[in-house]
Design a protein around this ligand. Structure first.
Ligand code: ZN
Length: 469
């Protein structure tokens, strides 16, 4: 869509959102839901009918608890605040964005209080993205991560063995990259009869309709790994959408489980597979053919080390596997404090920089590289960030189980044979839709409730080897 179409599209979307709310909150909907409840159709609590009923009632209840005027004001303020944030971001102008953050936070606090269950207000917002998860539960996971990752990062920084990143430098023409990522997506099993790969500014995956799930990536002519990892990530999201059960299409039961589980599918392909040693044994010869004249003298283990280099950065979106969750931890702590009223928006830059000093040992020189870098809060997305980390933890836990259950998984990956893993995920994750909460789904697959342990163990092992710790 050309940029000029954005405003009208925004109006269309908010009209659709209003219609949706009106339908869901209408007395007729209540009558229908009660009729199903009384019919005995939904008696078995694990049946699709019971789960659909529960989810529809839950969605209805949440919408009814927030006054209509507040919802409208939030949508309108978020649209304006997004625009102001984009301008403030370009010029690193915190003072320009501050009054908008103050308005958004005060509206979101009102919404959180309207939605909060017995716990803290923040839980009310978290529930939008990760049903049933609470801030104290997240705190335990994040504390476990912090305790393991901060010392691991120190050991990595102090190691005399550092990957040779120069060997990735080269010229990677975009047309060659287009062909290359297509070839890789085909190797993974991405179905071009029900999908596409296009180009964009921020890579994404979107289900447009039944059997139509599209992904978009971006290319950097001096670094082919950016476009490649974006494709691996988005293909993981697309597999999830393409693997949902067609007979429950359009119902809550047939939908994806949660944002955390969605992100686990992208992270599994991007990191557990895509940044693994066996994968690069297969990929390096393919890359040499795709980009003649580059990567010629490099060995697979050197390229593997180079694509896994750990280095603290200011920007979350560019972070490596070790530091990524520390960026998310910082956002979780700060947004929880903002919503629960323990931090004033005006104090954000100072609190932000303080966290970066403590956890990553660096201090952002500008607001653009600091608290203005993400657009989430400007759009009113509070409670969204933790799902990125949940995705990483779920992915590690699921992959650890796949390694036990898919015979010779490492050998298969080194041969570029990925259908067994894809099929295992379809069976164990994708086809389950929203039949369970994320915590119960993870436990049913792995035999353990969500924990950071598999993730930490994987990183200790992997980076211990790469950095000779
Ligand atoms: Zn993602």
């Amino acid at each position: 869509m050309p940029p000029g179409g954005a405003e009208h599209r925004g109006k269309q979307l908010s009209l659709l959102a209003r219609f949706r709310r009106e339908l869901l909150c209408s007395p007729q909907m209540l009558e229908l839901l009660e009729a199903i409840e009384g019919s005995g159709l939904a008696e078995d609590p694990d049946s699709a009918a019971a789960i659909n009923l529960r989810e529809l009632k839950r969605g209805r209840d949440r919408r009814l608890r927030v006054p209509k005027e507040l919802t409208t004001e939030l949508i309108e303020t978020a649209a304006k605040s997004q625009r102001e944030w984009a301008l403030a971001y370009k010029t690193s102008d915190w003072d320009r964005f501050r009054p908008w953050l103050e308005r958004i936070v005060s509206l979101k606090r009102a919404e959180a209080q309207a939605l909060a269950r017995p716990g803290e207000p923040y839980d009310g917002l978290l529930d939008d993205y990760e049903r049933g998860m609470t801030a104290p539960q997240l705190e335990v996971l994040f504390e476990g991560l912090r305790a393991a990752l901060v010392p691991l990062l120190d050991r990595i920084k102090g190691s005399p063995r550092q990957p040779k990143v120069d060997l990735l430098r080269g010229s990677y023409p975009v047309p060659a990259q287009r062909l290359f990522v297509r070839e890789v997506a085909e190797m993974l099993g991405y179905d071009f009869a029900t999908g596409r790969i296009d180009e964009t500014v921020h890579p994404f995956c979107a289900r447009v309709g039944h059997r139509d799930t599209r992904i978009a990536t971006r290319f950097n002519a001096s670094d082919f790994t950016q476009g490649l990892f974006a494709v691996l990530h988005e293909v993981g999201h697309a597999f999830y959408e393409q693997g949902l059960s067609p007979e429950h299409l359009g119902t809550p039961f047939g939908d994806t489980c949660s944002l955390g589980v969605h992100e686990s599918q992208s992270r599994l392909w991007e990191n557990c597979v895509g940044r693994s040693r066996p994968f690069w044994e297969h990929l390096l010869p393919m890359a040499r053919l795709a980009f003649p004249g580059t990567l010629q003298g490099a060995r697979a283990d050197e390229v593997y080390a180079a694509i896994n280099r750990v280095s603290p950065t200011f920007v979350r979106a560019e972070a490596d596997e070790v530091t990524y969750n520390l960026h998310v931890l910082i956002r979780f702590e700060l947004e929880r404090a903002l919503i629960n009223g323990h931090l004033a928006p005006a104090e954000l830059p100072e609190a932000w920089n303080d966290c970066y000093r403590r956890y990553l040992g660096i201090e952002p020189p500008t607001a653009t590289l600091g608290c203005l870098q993400d657009g989430h809060w400007a759009s009113g997305l509070f409670g969204y960030f933790p799902t990125y980390t949940l995705g990483n933890l779920f992915a590690a836990q699921i992959f650890q189980t796949a390694e036990k259950e898919v015979e010779d998984l490492g050998v298969r990956i080194a041969r570029g044979e990925l259908s067994a893993l894809r099929e295992w995920l379809r069976l164990n994750v994708h086809s389950k839709g929203r039949s369970l909460s994320s915590a119960r789904l993870i436990e049913s697959i792995t035999g353990m409730p969500p924990t950071q342990e598999a993730f930490v163990a994987r990183l200790e092992r992997k980076y211990g080897e790469i950095y000779a710790l």
